[in-house]
Design a protein around this ligand. Structure first.
Ligand code: MN3
Length: 209
């Protein structure tokens, strides 16, 4: 079984004007495709690793042979992170969360605007390439960031944090450079307009059930 590039859940121009069609085309069709291809290349011939789920692989990178561990970490992480990222965005989205997730955000961060400012700061503060995340860890919400294609599923020893991602925003330059050039802060502010809070709420419900 090899991994395949998931189709975007909306047309590539659906997130305009916040994320432009050309960025989506290159980001999904070339960057994400490359992570999928290189993950398959790394795992090829190892039936035991090929039989594992991607989540199981990422949660136990120590069990991956050292010769391919970095390739699985970078490309498996890249595949998981981007698959997650496409799904949590949608056209005609944005707004504010409701229900239990809204309550938890207020409790953890003091309010929705404070929460947004903290997630933007985590994205801006990530030097070079990486991700900023809203995660739930032991029932509590946290904002964290990871380098490169690391993610909280990899655990604290690898990624510096651990938990279940509810939101993740890609702050690699390839995610925003065509439209926003060096202005990562503008991209992060615009990104709120495409967040599908129903997806984050469903993940929160599943993680805290
Ligand atoms: Mn990316």
């Amino acid at each position: 079984m090899s991994y395949t590039l998931p189709a975007l859940p909306y047309p590539k121009d659906a997130l305009e004007p916040y994320i432009d069609a050309l960025t989506m085309e290159i980001h999904h069709g070339r960057h994400h495709q490359a992570y999928v291809d290189n993950l398959n290349k790394a795992l090829a011939g190892d039936a035991a690793l090929e039989a594992k789920s991607l989540e199981a692989l990422l949660a136990d990178l120590g069990s991956v042979p050292e010769a391919i561990r970095a390739a699985v970490r970078n490309n498996g992480g890249g595949h998981w992170n981007h698959s997650f990222f496409w799904e949590l965005m949608a056209p005609n989205a944005g707004g504010t969360p409701t229900g239990a997730l809204a309550d938890a955000i207020h409790e953890a961060f003091g309010g929705f605007d404070d929460f947004k400012a903290k997630l933007e700061a985590a994205g801006l503060g990530r030097f070079g390439s990486g991700w900023a995340w809203l995660i739930v860890n032991g029932g509590r919400l946290e904002i964290v960031s990871t380098a490169n294609q690391d993610n909280p599923l990899m655990g604290r020893a690898v990624a510096g944090c651990e938990g279940t991602p509810l939101l993740g925003v890609d702050v690699w330059e390839h995610a925003y450079y065509l439209k926003y050039q060096n202005k990562r802060a503008d991209y992060l502010k615009a990104w709120w307009n495409v967040v599908d809070w129903s997806k984050a709420a469903a993940r929160f419900a599943a993680a805290t059930r």
